[in-house]
Design a binder for this molecule. Structure first.
Ligand code: ADP
Ligand code: MG
Length: 210
């Protein structure tokens, strides 16, 4: 499996499909502890990404991710737009103009994405945000390349599984950042919508490579 620009475009296409498919679920999650707009925001944002990709026809994975970052920043409102915009932009910068992504640079890009979200939102692990999906994902990616035998598919699977577990683990947490933190203790017992959408995005990355 080669992670080139065709993979990146497949990934972003699967992201758009996942957001359309899970739009109502993400709205329900955000209704419980936020303002019900997350599913709508993500669906609209990734549909716009598909339009931009078709227009611009980027030549590298990094260029595709940069276009995604710019589009999400301008089209996705709320907290998630700038956070995902920063994540995709940092990942794009980490990849540079390479035509293909190797396992090490894939893990570096995932770490860069997580670091961008943390720099932007100042959330820590356990605050019940998308960081709770991205930090385990980035760490699992690093662990998957640590012994030098990791493949790109192996890194993606490790990241997606860790993100899914991290999203599920937000259920009992009390939110300490973002809109859900206004609810205090009442935010416990619900999955964080941004952690849920982050897991969908990383699962789509596996689907594009499988
Ligand atoms: P808003 O809360 O402005 O309506 P969205 O509903 O689109 O924005 O996104 C909410 C998600 O954004 C939350 O579920 C959480 O994962 C994420 N989020 C909010 N604030 C932060 C933050 N400071 N750091 C990281 N993630 C955050
Ligand atoms: Mg919201």
């Amino acid at each position: 499996m080669v992670l080139d620009v065709n993979w990146a475009v497949r990934w972003l296409t699967l992201c758009a499909q996942a957001m359309a498919e899970h739009r109502v679920w993400l709205i329900e999650l955000d209704r419980a502890i936020g303002d019900s707009d997350h599913g709508e925001n993500m669906d609209r944002g990734f549909q716009a990404v598909l339009e931009k990709l078709a227009e611009a026809q980027p030549e590298t994975p990094g260029a595709a991710l940069k276009l995604t970052a710019m589009t999400l920043m301008s089209k996705v409102g709320g907290a998630a737009g700038p956070l995902y915009g920063t994540a995709f932009l940092r990942a794009s910068t980490a990849l540079g103009d390479a035509a293909e992504i190797d396992p090490g640079s894939l893990a570096d890009a995932l770490v860069a994405a997580r670091d961008g979200i943390v720099a932007r939102g100042k959330a820590e692990s356990g605050d019940k945000t998308m960081v709770d999906a991205w930090t385990p994902a980035a760490e699992a990616a690093q662990a998957a390349v640590a012994d030098g035998t990791g493949t790109v598919l192996g890194v993606l699977v490790a990241a997606a599984e860790a993100a899914e577990a991290g999203a599920v683990a937000t259920d009992p947490l009390v939110a300490r950042k973002g809109r859900a933190s206004y609810l205090g203790e009442r935010s416990a017992g619900h999955r964080d919508p941004g952690a849920a959408s982050s897991a969908l995005i990383l699962r789509a990355a596996v689907g594009a490579a499988a």
